[in-house]
Every structure is written in structure tokens, then in C-alpha cells.
Design a protein around this ligand. Structure first.
Ligand SMILES: Cc1cc2nc3c(=O)[nH]c(=O)nc-3n(C[C@H](O)[C@H](O)[C@H](O)COP(=O)(O)O)c2cc1C
Length: 188
């Protein structure tokens, strides 16, 4: 290449990591670089409707007060139910319940339906918050909705954690002696 002439390829296409060359990833698909992720089930109930959907776009926002955020598409039935109920639960499932998780992901809930039962997941009321809690959950957060913030096409549902509990396998950190997490790689 002559001095002063422009390179024909962008700089980062020729950068190597030792594992291969970098290629461009559509910025609209950048979120897929976060995978694999461990999904949780976001649930809420309002009147006769019990809504639930798997989520991976969630994070711990603050330790004290204990705040979590879930980035959710406003068109989802579960999103609408969370907004109506002003509370939600997050439940983690063992990989033995992967079929139920897949059902929740591939069916849109309807008003009046109990989507958790439709997916084969029995549930009960939360300890401190009136939210559906999955009987088979390995860990649970019961939250009140404190704030919603729009970010592009999603809305961040900010929850204040009112109760949190897990099976014995969690001893300040997961031991993974009993719990086998679901790892989401991009399947639907
Ligand atoms: C593993 C997994 C994680 C997902 N994470 C999110 C998420 O974080 N936010 C979101 O809005 N949708 C997410 N989705 C999509 C919804 O779970 C899915 O569209 C669901 O069917 C919506 O159901 P509903 O309309 O009954 O609420 C995810 C899907 C899968 C399979």
C-alpha cells in the first residue's frame, strides 16, 4: 500500500485475536454478543390474567436499596400486566424445566389466561408481594415496580426487591451441586 493511500478494508476487519479475524456484526444484533445468558421468568398477575415470559435483558441496578431492571418490549402481554399490576416476580428455573421456558417464549399470553399453568408451571402467591411465584423455581425475587424508563424500542422496568430467596444450593453464591442453569444461546 502506498503511503497516504486509503486502506481498502476497515481497520478492525484485519485485527486478529488469536481465534480468528474480526468481522462486522450488525449493530441491531449487538445484543446477541451477550449470549450465552441465563434467562429468568418475569411474571405478574392482574385480575384474572397471569402473564409470564423469559427475559435475559435484566440486571442488578443497586445493592442498597436492592433494585433490579428488566428491559422489556412494551407490546408483550407480560409487560402490560406488569404495568397494570405495578409489581412483578423474577424466577430462575433449572434446566429440567427448559420445555416450559420454551413454551413461555413461543406463545404470546392472552387476557384472562394463566400462561404459567398453560406452560405446565404451577405457581403460588409471593411471600411479601402479590405476584405469581413458580413452584419449581430455584431462586425468586418479589418486586414492586418503582419506575419505568423508555430506552429506544424497549422500556426498563425498575423493581424494588421486597423478598429474595433461593434453594439450599445457593450459599452466598451458587454451588451448582443441584442447580443446572439454562443457558440461552439464541434459540427460540
Ligand atoms: C431466552 C429468552 C429471553 C428473552 N428475553 C427477553 C427480554 O429480556 N425482554 C423482552 O422484551 N423479551 C424477551 N424475550 C421474548 C419474550 O419472552 C417472548 O416474546 C414472549 O413470548 C412474550 O410473551 P408475552 O407476550 O406473553 O408476554 C426473550 C425470549 C427468550 C426465548
Amino acid at each position: 500500500m502506498l503511503l497516504g493511500s486509503k486502506p481498502r478494508v476497515s481497520l478492525y476487519t484485519v485485527v486478529t485475536t488469536g481465534l480468528g479475524r474480526m468481522k462486522e456484526v450488525d449493530t441491531g444484533k449487538a445484543y446477541r454478543l451477550f449470549y450465552p445468558s441465563v434467562p429468568a421468568v418475569l411474571s405478574a398477575s392482574h385480575r384474572k390474567t397471569v402473564s409470564a415470559m423469559p427475559v435475559v435483558s435484566f440486571t442488578a441496578l443497586s445493592e442498597s436499596p436492592s433494585l433490579v431492571g428488566v428491559s422489556s418490549l412494551p407490546s408483550h402481554t407480560t409487560h402490560k400486566t406488569v404495568i397494570a399490576a405495578r409489581r412483578f416476580s423474577l424466577c430462575w428455573l433449572d434446566k429440567k424445566d427448559i420445555r416450559a421456558m420454551a413454551h413461555l417464549a413461543s406463545h404470546a399470553g392472552k387476557e384472562g389466561e394463566d400462561k404459567l399453568l398453560s406452560a405446565g408451571l404451577k405457581h403460588h402467591r409471593g411471600k411479601r408481594v402479590d405476584v405469581p411465584v413458580i413452584d419449581a423455581a430455584v431462586a425468586v425475587l418479589e418486586c414492586s415496580l418503582t419506575k419505568t424508563i423508555r430506552f429506544g424500542d424497549h422500556e426498563l422496568l425498575v423493581g424494588r426487591v421486597k423478598a429474595s430467596y433461593a434453594i439450599e444450593d445457593f450459599r452466598d453464591y451458587w454451588s451448582f451441586e443441584v442447580y443446572r442453569p439454562i443457558l440461552y444461546t439464541g434459540w427460540r
